[in-house]
Design a protein. Structure first.
Length: 275
């Protein structure tokens, strides 16, 4: 196992290299061009071909760098849902974030073309890779990936749990995310988990993420009143509360970014419940 972790500008995203006797399998990529090139150099140092790449979910920090890391002939795998969201959103993401990142934002992207049904396995490079679809959660289409080589089994969980940084809440599926974490706590028990951001751990990563989501939702619920969004002042208060909850966590700018989507989610749930 080799981990490439981007710097703060690349939002500390992890790209993983599973090295076998004959090859390398890539799990997720990077956000920025410079990080993608550094990841490619790390692969070159291993002296083995990349025989496949897998994408856990459709956020740019996990697929942006693919064209700079793997060749066009290298198959890229994901669930159909992940591929569809990438195809539908990549241009809009570039329009949104390209002006911020400039030349560091890739000028092209790769949509996974080798689709894997949930629970299906791919034998590749000497390991068995099984993709498990989760559905909406941190993103519009999450999945986790089990890699087995001999008696060793590890899981790559994308952004289903964050470590050491604040969470991206902007896709507005926190209710589904909580339900998924409850379920996965049992399914992934006993495995080493490799998250999209932060160090590897065990199922405690999922429990910690659940506590974070509960705290964030409770804070937004208290602040929003009857509204489906927060004022700028309220967003500042939310950021302060989450900083107290996770002292020292990076990427604090993500906290207010997700405030309105979560407020809208909670308001819609309250309306559905007749409140």
């Amino acid at each position: 196992m080799h981990t490439f972790t981007a710097g703060e500008n690349g939002i500390f995203v992890n790209g993983y290299l599973v090295e076998t006797a004959e090859a390398v399998v890539l799990i997720d990529s990077t956000l920025l061009v410079s990080d993608a090139r550094a990841l490619k150099e790390k692969i070159a140092q291993l002296g083995k071909p990349v025989v496949g790449a897998f994408v856990t979910h459709p956020h740019p920090d996990h697929f942006n760098g693919l064209p700079y890391v793997v060749s066009e002939e290298t198959p890229v795998y994901s669930t159909a849902a992940v591929a569809k969201v990438i195809a539908d959103s990549a241009d809009a993401k570039r329009a949104q974030w390209g002006p911020t990142y400039g030349a560091e934002w890739p000028d092209r992207y790769r949509v996974p073309e080798t689709l894997v049904e949930s629970g299906s396995a791919v034998e590749i490079g000497g390991v068995r890779v099984t993709v498990h679809e989760v559905g909406p959660g941190e993103s519009h289409a999450d999945s986790w990936i089990l890699v087995r080589g001999g008696e060793q089994r590890v899981a790559f969980i994308g952004d289903l749990a964050f470590g050491g940084v604040h969470s991206y809440m902007t896709d507005g599926h926190s209710t589904e995310w909580l339900a998924a974490l409850e379920r996965l706590g049992t399914e992934l028990a006993g495995l080493t988990l490799y998250p999209g951001h932060g160090p590897a751990g065990d199922a405690g990563l999922l429990a910690a993420q659940r506590k974070y989501l509960v705290m964030y939702r409770e804070a937004v619920e208290r602040l929003r009143g009857q509204a489906d969004s927060l004022t700028e002042e309220q967003k500042g208060e939310l950021a302060a509360r989450m900083a107290e909850f996770e002292p020292g966590a990076g990427l604090g700018w993500l906290v207010p970014l997700g405030a309105d989507p979560v407020a809208a989610e909670l308001a819609a749930a309250a309306t559905a419940d007749g409140e």
